[in-house]
Design a binder for this molecule. Structure first.
Ligand code: KG4
Ligand code: ZN
Length: 351
């Protein structure tokens, strides 16, 4: 079964053709990172406008790269929730129109579900069944908008067992990068800066949050206060000017210390989750932050069950994961949606 996946929930315009939920025939991603690096974050109206400009060429290229015509496509899958309102609208309106014109079944897919299903996708020569996650599993979804632990007893069944009370961990990477004067998106630039840093130079607190929940806004503020203390300014000093007072070594040390603390918090909670759910057979890490090399190293040590990660190129937003999630929805008996009435839900939870 060939599925065309379309993703426009944030600042990537993406489309892909995937066979049977696993084999990527094409995967086209146009990122708006260069536009938003200048502003230090995403501007929703600009994101929507950029999606509008490129969504059709991106879909055309996905079909061409896969050597497919519309006749070969069995279904269209599109992200309808959660995400930026204008961005979701462009993707869903495009998918709805194409589904009607080409008479294809249309499936609406939740963005976090797609991130989890990136773990089922194989790239190039990695067509190997042994490395897909086994059920029941725990999924750690770490992105710019979400930080959640999900219990997944089988395909297409999700139970949220932990969630953030405030900022998502990716958002925290982005905000700390801004304080340190590092470019957006913060995750990759913090990892790069941290290479030259001492991760034990600054002691940052772990939030006290009950159960399997998270909180990351306190960590961001702790970095801000530590920077203010280091450069000896009052807490009222404008935060956007702090970067001018930091030496490159201090930036590297803050980046390394923050990254270590954020990863340790995620690992601590996953250890607790595994203790609470002793039946799980594997862990699947998903979302933009799952590209983090330190997280990948440390998560491998947290348990005796296999810990899966998507291919690094599929950690961020892409259309292939939307197509993969759709395939397993179809296999689980989910029916197509009506292209004339499909709605978007900027904030709806996965379960
Ligand atoms: O999943 P994603 O591409 O978009 C959302 O659904 O939010 O995640 C984007 C987030 C950003 O906050 C970005 O800073 C973070 O993922 N990120 C990383 C890394 N690469 C991207 N965070 C830590 N380390 C990375 N290597
Ligand atoms: Zn995402």
């Amino acid at each position: 079964m060939l599925i065309l996946g379309i993703e426009t929930s944030c600042d990537e315009t993406a489309a892909a053709v995937v066979r049977d939920g696993r084999e990527i025939l094409s995967n086209v991603v146009v990122s708006q990172i260069d536009i938003f690096a200048e502003y230090g974050g995403v501007i929703p109206e600009v994101a929507a406008r950029s999606h509008l400009e490129v969504v059709l060429p991106v879909i055309d290229k996905a079909l061409t790269d896969a050597a497919c015509s519309w006749d070969d496509i069995d279904a269209i899958a599109v992200t309808h929730a959660p995400g930026l309102l204008g961005s979701l609208l462009i993707g869903t309106l495009t998918a709805r129109t194409l589904a009607v014109i080409h008479n294809k079944p249309l499936y609406a897919v939740h963005h976090l579900k797609s991130h989890v299903y990136a773990n089922w996708l194989c790239g190039g020569d990695e067509q190997n069944d042994s490395n897909v996650p086994q059920f029941p599993l725990l999924a750690l979804v770490v992105s710019g908008g979400h930080t959640q632990i999900l219990y997944m007893p089988q395909h297409n069944r999700f139970e949220i067992i932990g969630t953030t009370h405030d900022d998502a961990v990716g958002e925290c990477f982005d905000k700390v990068a801004k304080i340190l004067g590092l470019p957006y998106p913060g995750g990759p630039s913090i990892t790069k800066a941290a290479l030259a840093g001492d991760q034990n130079r600054y002691k940052l607190p772990h939030p006290k949050v009950d159960g399997l929940d998270f909180s990351f806004s306190g960590l961001k503020t702790a970095v801000l206060r530590a920077v203010q203390k280091e450069v000896r300014v009052e807490i009222s000093y404008p935060s956007h000017k702090l970067q001018d007072l930091l030496t490159p070594q201090q930036v590297a040390d803050f980046a390394a210390s923050f990254q270590k603390t954020a990863v340790d918090i995620l690992c601590e909670k996953m250890r607790a989750a595994l203790a609470e759910y002793p039946d799980v057979q594997s862990v699947a890490v998903a979302g933009g932050v799952s590209a983090n090399t330190i997280l990948r190293e440390k998560m491998k040590d947290i348990s005796s069950v296999p810990v899966c990660f998507p291919l690094a190129s599929l950690s961020g937003d892409n259309g292939a994961m939307v197509a993969a999630a759709c395939y397993y929805e179809i296999m689980s008996g989910v029916k197509p949606t009506d292209p004339y009435t499909l709605n978007i839900y900027p904030r709806i939870p996965i379960a």
